[in-house]
Design a protein around this ligand. Structure first.
Ligand code: NDP
Length: 273
């Protein structure tokens, strides 16, 4: 009913989602009684699932693949960050209206800056891929004032368009994957979904020398992480920290309290590795 703290993650697939475990640990930290379930929405039935969940008294939900853009089209209002991304992963229900946010980018920035102790200011960043994840991370990264961000994508037209959409926020250039030079950069972020198929985009190995190499994917060693290690990367990491940090930002968006993340990352690391 209305008096229950009712939340969920909606996606397809959603069975593998670690969000319920993470949100339960955050709630426990502040002694909050909350339910957080996984809801599988049919690919053509996202809107109906959202309407039913909201009318059952839900106070908020996360949205995962492949509904982040559809969720953006459904909300009544959102943050500037979500508007720029054109995609939302977090919705708060207030007086029957839906308020959207996208916490993926701030999650990545917090993992890089707080957990991995990296600074972004003045750095040369290469992002591989120009899909939904890249859309979500570009503005928060640009707000940290890197020297520049190169977005390289298999389908070049997509990275060119994305780069031009963000040009008012900083120096960002779009390329094709085949145009990447062998010159090293400071940070490489793999935001392609190639790892899901056990693949690695073909790029010159020289670019990784001395770089921090970050795969947004988590839960296993990916071909990108392997490639980075073989090509003299300074540091190699998966996206588990980002996952927990984006969940922490969502929790703060709903409850107004930022939870502790370090212990949560540590405990998840022990269960998935
Ligand atoms: P999208 O489907 O929106 O985009 C996929 C991107 O990957 C496109 O740019 C596509 O290129 C590229 N791509 C796919 N296969 C290949 C390949 N074999 N070689 C080169 N490029 C390829 O996916 P998302 O952006 O939503 O997600 C990307 C990844 O980020 C996923 O692995 C997801 O799990 C992860 N993620 C992790 C988060 C976390 O919290 N850690 C949060 C959000 C996402 P093209 O345009 O040419 O098709």
């Amino acid at each position: 009913g209305r008096y229950m703290n009712k939340y969920a993650v909606i996606g397809n697939p959603v069975d593998h989602s670690l969000s319920p475990t993470i949100q339960a640990q955050f709630a426990k930290q502040i002694g909050l009684s909350m339910s957080y379930e996984k809801i599988l929405a049919p690919l053509d039935g996202f809107t109906v699932v959202v309407k039913n969940f909201v009318s059952s008294g839900a106070l908020g939900f996360n949205i995962t693949v492949p509904f982040k853009v559809e969720a953006y089209d459904l909300i009544d209002d959102c943050t500037l960050n979500a508007k720029t991304a054109g995609a939302v992963n977090t919705i708060k229900v207030e007086n029957d209206t839906l308020y959207g946010e996208n916490t993926d980018g701030i999650g990545l920035v917090n993992d890089l800056c707080n957990n991995l102790q990296q600074s972004i200011k003045g750095k040369d960043i290469l992002i591989l891929g120009a899909g939904g994840a890249t859309q979500g991370i570009l503005l928060p990264l640009l707000e940290c004032q890197p020297e520049r961000i190169l977005v390289a994508n298999r389908t070049k037209a997509k990275s060119l368009k994305l780069a031009s959409n963000y040009s008012e926020y900083g120096k960002v250039c779009g390329f094709g994957l085949d145009q990447i030079k062998a010159k090293p950069v400071d940070i490489i972020i793999n935001a392609t979904s190639a790892s899901l198929d056990g693949k690695m985009p073909e790029i010159p190995s020289g670019v990784a020398a001395g770089a921090l190499c970050y795969d947004l994917m988590y839960g296993r060693q990916t071909p990108f992480m392997q490639w980075a290690r073989e090509n003299s990367a300074l540091e190699v990491t998966d996206g588990l920290g980002m996952l927990v940090e984006q969940a922490a930002s969502a929790f703060a968006f709903w409850h107004g309290i930022t939870p502790e993340t370090k212990e949560v990352i540590k405990s998840l690391r022990e269960t998935i590795d």
